[in-house]
Design a protein around this ligand. Sequence first.
Ligand SMILES: Nc1ncnc2c1ncn2[C@@H]1O[C@H](COP(=O)(O)OP(=O)(O)OP(=O)(O)O)[C@@H](O)[C@H]1O
Length: 372
Amino acid sequence: MKPSVEFRNISKSYDNQTLVIRDLNLSIERGEFLTLLGPSGSGKTTALMMLAGFEMPTTGEIFVEGQPYSALPAHKRDIGVVFQNYALFPHMSVAENIAFPLQVRGHGPKDLDRRVKAALDMVRLPEISARKPAQLSGGQQQRVALARALVYEPKIVLMDEPLGALDRQLREEMQIEIKSIHARVGVTFVYVTHDQGEALTMSDRVAIFRKGVIEQIADPQTLYDRPCNAFVATFIGDSNLLRGTIVGRGGGQATVAMPGGGTLDARAGDNGAGKDAYVSVRPEKIDVSAGCIDRGVGNILAGTVDKTVFFGDHVKVSIRLEGGQLLAVKTGTTEPYKNGQTVTASWRAEDCVAFTAPPTRDTAVVETTVQV
Ligand SMILES: Nc1ncnc2c1ncn2[C@@H]1O[C@H](COP(=O)(O)OP(=O)(O)OP(=O)(O)O)[C@@H](O)[C@H]1O
C-alpha cells in the first residue's frame, strides 16, 4: 500500500537565503497519528503548511497516496485542518460552521444535515448546534473546529497546536478525545506541538525537528528509551546530562571518567571519536541512599543533597556530586532527605547512554545559501 503522505527531498526557504526545511524525507502511513515535535522555529508549521497547500516547497515533492501534490491548490486537497487560531465564523451557528466545507463542495441539504449531525455526535456536542461560537467554551470551540475538519471525511487531518490556548485539565481531556476520534475514524493525523508530554501520549510516532531537519523519528517508547543524541535525550522527558571523559569503548559500551573521581559504564550512544562525554540518565532510573552504600547495581556516585522539592506523588532530590555537577533524582515520598546530607546515587549501566556531542538547544535557523 502507498504511504498516506510522503515528503521527498523537501526544502523550503521564505527569502531565498535561509533554509527553514532542509532536504526533508518523511513517509507517513495510512491511519497513522504522527506528531511533529521540536523547539520554536524548527520548521514544524512550515512542513504542515506545505502539506496543507498554504506554502509551496522550494525544492522537492510532496505525495499523497502516490499523487504529486505540490501543484494542487489547497482547496482541492482532501485535507482537513485545525489550528490554534483557526477561528470559527463568528456570525454562523455551530451547525452552519460545520456545514460550510460541505456547502463549498456542493453537498445537498439532506446529506448536509446527516453529516453535520454525525460530526457533532463524533465530537460529543450534539446539543449545541444552534449556538454561536462566542457562546462556547475554548474546548467546545476546538471540538467544533475538529468536527468542521472531519465532516467531509478527508484523507488526512492536520492540526497545529490545536490545544495551545486551553488550560491544562481541558488540554488533557481533549488529548484523550482527539486520540479516541482518531481511533474511530482511522484517518491519517499529522499533529504539531512543542509540548513533549502531549506528543508522547497521543502519537503512534513522533518526529523530532531541529533547525529544519528531523533528528529522530520513532514511537514514543523508543524515543524515550533510545534517544539518538543528547538533544533528543534532553528534549524528550527529563534527563540528567553528566559531563565526563571517555576512557574506554567497546561492544557498544563506553566507560566515562567523572571529574570528581570514579567512572560510569554506559551504552555508547554514538560512534563519535571525541573524548568529551555527555552521559544521559533519567531521574526515575536512579536510586538514592543515605550515606555511602554500594547496592551493587552498577554505577555509583557520591554527593550531598542540595535541594528537595515535594510534588505530592514523588520528591525530586537534587544531589551535588563530588566534582560539582548536579544530579536530579526522582524518589518516593517515604524517605526524607536533608540539605547537606551525604548520599549515594546508583543506577544500572543499561539505563544510561554516553553521547560525544552536546545538545545544542539553540533554535536559530542554519544559514545556508539556497540554490534556486
Ligand atoms: N511566512 C514566513 N515568512 C518568513 N519566514 C517565516 C515564515 N513562516 C515561518 N518563517 C520562519 O521559518 C522558520 C520556521 O518557522 P515555523 O513556524 O515553521 O517553525 P515552528 O517549528 O512551527 O515554530 P513554532 O513552534 O514557534 O510555531 C522560523 O525561523 C520562522 O521565523
